[in-house]
Design a protein. Sequence first.
Length: 575
Amino acid sequence: MRLSAFYLPTLKEDPAEAEVVSHKLMLRAGMIRKLTSGIYIYLPMGLRVLSKVADIVRQEMNRAGAQELLMPSVQPADLWRESGRWDDYGKELLRFTDRHDRDYCLGPTHEEVITDLVRGEVRSYRQLPVNLYQIQNKFRDEIRPRFGLMRGREFLMKDGYSFDKDEEGANTSYQGMYDAYVRIFSRLGLRFRPVEADSGSIGGSFSHEFMVLAETGEDTIAVCSSCDYAANLEKAVVAYPEVGDIPACPECETVNTPGAHTVDEVATFLKVEPKAILKTLLFDVDGEPVAALVRGDRELNDVKLKNALDAQNVTLADPEQVKAWTGAPVGFAGPVGLKVKKVIADVELRQNNSWIAGANAADAHIRNLDLNRDASVDVYADLRNITESDPCPKCGQSLELTKGIEVGHVFKLGLKYSKAMNATFLDENGKEQFMIMGCYGIGVSRVIAAAIEQNFDENGIYFPPPIAPFEVALLLLSPKDEAAREKAYELSDLIESTGADCIVDDRDERPGVKFKDADLVGYPLQLVLGGKGLAKGVIEAKDRRTGEKTELSLDDFVAAFTAWRDQIRSGWETR
Ligand code: ATP
Ligand code: MG
């Protein structure tokens, strides 16, 4: 390919609209342009990357036995009414009506459509399992579209769905997709971890998120320093030692704490550490008042709370509810004499007593509170976020909290959609059964942003070779020199004959511009053809990631090039 005939509008300055590196670099490198909030045009260079990512995903899905189909983006509301999500999905679902006043939405995901398809075709256990996927644009009216392709409103997703006749089959399908994902993200050249994620009512380890490790990630994950344990915050279980002997707690007493609302204010006022305080958080749980207790220095995890209560909707109480349930303004709630339906406490609170907690009266707290003696706790559960000082729940060694970008998700759905939409089959005994489903997503466009977040320097991107827009760039320093030009095109053909794609920068531009653009766009292998080298019979070669330079002989070019390329490719794999 010749760059002189390629549409590559690069930008010298950082665009003001972009906050994160990947977004800035994709705009500067002429890969994407914004059409409107969260909606992007892929320019030719960006589309090449997108297609390469999609191809790798497709190859591995096919290899794992899944089959590709293509479903429409426009979906009838009736299917969503059947599943119950027309009401539940909220504002991320973009809804509209046609000229006949019929309701539709733009698909944010395709469980309804695929379940409708399969229930109409599959009658017998003999037709199962079925595993279908597509690579298709999704639309989600995200509340805060941001970071370019990272969180768009329209974005490219690979979504797959499996249908099985029994648990064993469903688990095999799940594992098959999990394994395919490990291969996909390895082939894409990413540093990633599959992490256990919350699987809600299904339970067990049947939800994994695939996280690309990058500081700009929106998710926090707990990763063990010595074993393979990795989990996101809502799933990472805090492990505690056995409860030892706890000294007796003196009588409790009320103390005045004028104006001290927050844990820190109370701790400062009473000259104690925040961990001596009991934090009482009030929630509206499916319409009922519930108090959740955690140690003052801890963070409550909403998903853990929701699961522990087996609840649908958990929302923090508003000041009026707080007033009604505690008789006090916000900041003075405590478990003693509280008018709530249920009190749930973090298991850690069993490890100690003599707490300080709100007295359910303005400007007052209670000291020497013994939860067993002075209050009544209905349930103890793991409610708080894990920290770096907690041990790994699997092996007991130390944990690290890191940031990740979710690029994929495998999830066992169970009977959620098959029950709601009546997707059944006849089993071996002629009995009607619901199909057991799984769903498997990859954010194909988000992968590009994640790859860049992991691989950039002050000059631009360095793409992993498998997804670079071109693996090789050949910079022709004197495009007006006819012989050099011919040589460049000839070398480019030779390079392509070895199975690497190559772009020749034959534009009428200064060498400096070419070097800058090549580093910005991030071709991992760069060759520079200049007059001096040509005379000496060599071409200069640079590894974009390490900056290492070498010379390749023009006499035996194919052999020299192939050896150099293979060395760079394997450098990426063992990085
Ligand atoms: P998130 O928590 O980031 O909103 P999600 O749980 O809504 O993700 P899924 O419904 O599991 O995501 O979608 C499958 C994959 O699609 C995700 O793993 C992610 O890589 C990608 N994805 C989801 N939302 C977006 C978006 N707004 N822009 C780009 N990619 C997205
Ligand atoms: Mg989402």
